[in-house]
Ligand binder design. Structure first.
Ligand SMILES: Cc1cc2nc3c(=O)[nH]c(=O)nc-3n(C[C@H](O)[C@H](O)[C@H](O)COP(=O)(O)OP(=O)(O)OC[C@H]3O[C@@H](n4cnc5c(N)ncnc54)[C@H](O)[C@@H]3O)c2cc1C
Length: 458
């Protein structure tokens, strides 16, 4: 039996396996679904057990099948019949949903077999002739597959650019707040510094508060911008995208003008700016792909920080908890740059420069937590598999270091720009090609397309 290996069983790998099993289950091949940890169908986002971690997309939009958006809501309603399409539910329930649908899909397939494999893939070498690849696991096992899907997900953040590399080995520093047990060593009675002020910072701040953190949490980022909050609505609004966006010469400035005008137009009709941002979603990839490299760079430099906080919003209940932390002073958010981090008798001495000031400020904290969000620059990853693929020239980063360079069919491009016959990719590194590619509403479409293409060319 031939083998299709999926490396990574977070949302992307699991959804790809489910699509293969449900749509193409008559094909006689084995799907080896490989995950570093035994908890399949969870990944970084849905592996949390914390009740303070809610989905940031309404339940009615989280179905894993593009043509059945409401599938997750139907599943979740078995546990709570008060839920509506506009509810924001715990992320752990979503992991449970993915696991249940994977099991169903495996049981329903006629010929295709699902083979869950626990282990970390640390290397991959193409076989002579280029018709398969050999995967090597950290414990020395190997597996040969005719097709390989990289669904390796989000990588831990990189260390901040301060000159104190020694500090990053300190027990007072948490490099990856998503690593299992990472927050367990954060002292709850000492002040804490969170680097970053986005959704990761929010998750960490709320989780520490939930654990009884009794001192101040400081959060610093270059602009000090916090994520915006979703509305609590009885139903999900449907707003058409603005007309004319894809006409005319594409530029970051033009997009900004058009979006502002659309927000004003909707506001005049009594609608909310969030509806304008939501309405753009179906066109975001086309808008991104229409920009040349120079304009993409301009977007990243001037607009990305504002786009991110408006587009990637937090659930209303999380927003309320955050507002309460801010109002009580338990969480203090500032704009500025970190200058130095060094060990001190109480933990860590932090020197930072507030935005707009020439003076340095100081903080004494018990721990420093890196909340700067996933690293997408392949050249900065420590991951052995990605390093090996890069070193062999089998993959290459995109010019803006947002992810992987892929062809339209999601085949990875090698260092000469040739599409691979064996390796495909799905997951958040699609951002390089599609910009909008990091959350379930887009990733489920990517999973379906990939499954159909793999089945058609098998
Ligand atoms: C904290 C957080 C919350 C989020 N909340 C939402 C939300 O509410 N709604 C939404 O739509 N999106 C959300 N997202 C976006 C999220 O990126 C996607 O929804 C989705 O979970 C991404 O799944 P993935 O499978 O691509 O990646 P991941 O979840 O990162 O899964 C990748 C898996 O691959 C495994 N793996 C990686 N490398 C190897 C290897 N070499 N060998 C073996 N296994 C490997 C990892 O251990 C992991 O289990 C959130 C993201 C984060 C980080």
């Amino acid at each position: 039996m031939r083998t299709l290996a999926i490396v990574g069983a977070g949302f992307s790998g699991t959804a790809t396996a489910i699509q293969l099993l449900t749509r193409h289950g008559q094909l006689p091949f084995e799907v080896a679904l490989i995950n570093r940890h035994p908890n399949l169908a969870r990944g970084v986002a849905y592996g949390t057990h914390s009740p303070s971690h809610l989905l940031n997309v309404p339940a009615g939009r989280m179905g894993l099948f593009p043509d059945r958006e409401g599938d997750f809501l139907e599943f979740a309603a078995q546990y709570d019949n008060t839920l509506t399409a506009a509810s924001f539910v715990p992320r752990s329930l979503y992991g449970h949903y993915l696991g249940a649908r994977l099991k169903q899909a495996a049981e329903g397939a006629q010929a295709m077999r699902l083979q869950p494999v626990t282990g970390e893939v640390v290397d991959m070498r193409p076989a002579p002739g280029g018709k398969s690849a050999e995967l090597t696991f950290a414990d020395g096992r190997t597996l040969t597959a005719e097709q390989v899907v990289l669904a390796v997900g989000n990588y831990a953040p990189s260390d901040p650019p301060v000159p104190d590399a020694e500090f990053f080995h300190s027990l007072h520093y948490v490099r990856d707040p998503w690593a299992p047990g990472a927050l367990d060593r954060v002292p709850l009675e000492a002040p804490t510094l969170l680097i970053g002020t986005g959704l990761t910072m929010m998750d960490v701040a709320l989780e520490l508060a939930h654990r009884g953190h009794a001192a101040v949490q400081y959060a610093v980022s270059r602009r000090g911008l916090l994520p915006q909050v979703h509305r609590q609505l009885p139903a999900m609004p449907i707003t058409p995208p603005p007309a004319g966006l894809l006409e005319g010469k594409p530029s970051a400035r033009r997009y900004l003008k058009l979006v502002r005008a659309y927000v004003e137009e909707l506001a005049a009709k009594g609608a909310d700016w969030r509806d304008a941002i939501g309405a753009l979603r179906s066109q975001t990839s086309a808008l991104w792909q229409a920009l040349d490299l120079r304009e993409r760079r301009r977007f990243l430099r001037h607009l990305q920080a504002y786009w991110d906080i408006h587009r990637h919003r937090t659930a209303p209940a999380s927003g309320e908890k955050l507002a309460a932390l801010l109002a009580s002073g338990s969480l203090q958010v500032a704009a500025g740059r970190l200058k130095r981090l060094s060990g001190s008798p109480g933990g860590v001495s932090v020197a930072w420069q507030p935005r707009g000031s020439t003076r340095e400020a100081r903080l004494e904290v018990g721990s420093v937590i890196n909340c700067t969000g996933p690293q997408s620059d392949l050249n900065r990853l420590a991951d052995p598999l990605m390093r090996s693929l890069l070193a062999q020239g089998l993959i290459r980063p995109d010019p803006l270091r947002l992810g992987l360079d892929l062809d339209p069919e999601a085949r990875v491009l090698d260092n000469a720009g040739r599409p691979s016959g064996v390796i495909s990719y799905t997951g958040p590194l699609l951002k390089a090609r599609d910009w909008e590619g990091t959350a379930v509403p887009e990733l489920r479409v990517a999973a379906l397309r990939l499954a159909d293409r793999l089945a058609a060319t098998w």
